[in-house]
Design a protein around this ligand. Sequence first.
Ligand code: MG
Length: 286
Amino acid sequence: MRFATVEYQGRTFVGAVDKAGEKVTPISVGDINDLFRGARGEPKGPAIALSSVKLKAPVPLPLRNIMCVGKNYHEHAREFSASGFDSSSTGASDAIPTAPIIFTKVPQSVIGPEETIRYPTGVSEQLDYEAELAVIVGQGAGKGGRGIAKADAMKHVWGYTIINDVTARDIQRRHKQWFLGKSMDTFAPMGPWAVTADEVDLATAGIRCWVNGELRQDAKIADLIFDIPTLIETISAGITLLPGDIIATGTPAGVGIGFKPPKFLKKGDVVAMEVDGIGRLTNQVG
Ligand code: MG
């Protein structure tokens, strides 16, 4: 199933989105985190046309953290290392990580579908996009979220959404650590909604990104260097995962710095991204 956080006639609520992506039916939960904790929302009230609501980021604040994975597709790891922007690598010989690279983005950087990615004028001149499958952690059948073995990891996945891991490449390079260049206000567009795990076939799902209609990224989720069970085992080894935690799993090749010369985002650019089974997330740079 697909669940959206929507604003309609001055109210914000969670609704189930139909298969056609045309209607949303309000359901009986406080907010979407209740679903991640195991609640089963029941329909309440009539379906509303999606065209008449404002979609918000599916997972609302307060959000504990957005855990992110760097360099998690082979081709992207190579393009990033070769770009000269990768302070974590000294060249082709160590382009492919031997253990997951985990960093985080400030939760308040999250915006919803169609909201504006604010160009950080005067702060960065090298803005880039990164389409990513984002895992939404669930209750895990009542088990604690620490020390999760790979074999049990998928029981802790409630579902998925899409995140654009917007990055200021000049800031990322200058400051070595990635936090600053990835956490600016509006740098985490999320959506268009949250889907339950059964909606995405990880073995076959594609992930794509367009800038102004030009296809830039086109890959398979199955090409992840470190798969979702490995990421969950790695993170939960010492950090208890909680329902509603988000893990952005990394971006495939085709980001702006992968081109020669680089194709950085400009004001007015429209970035659209899709993951099969989820939907399309679109935001404009302004
Ligand atoms: Mg990323």
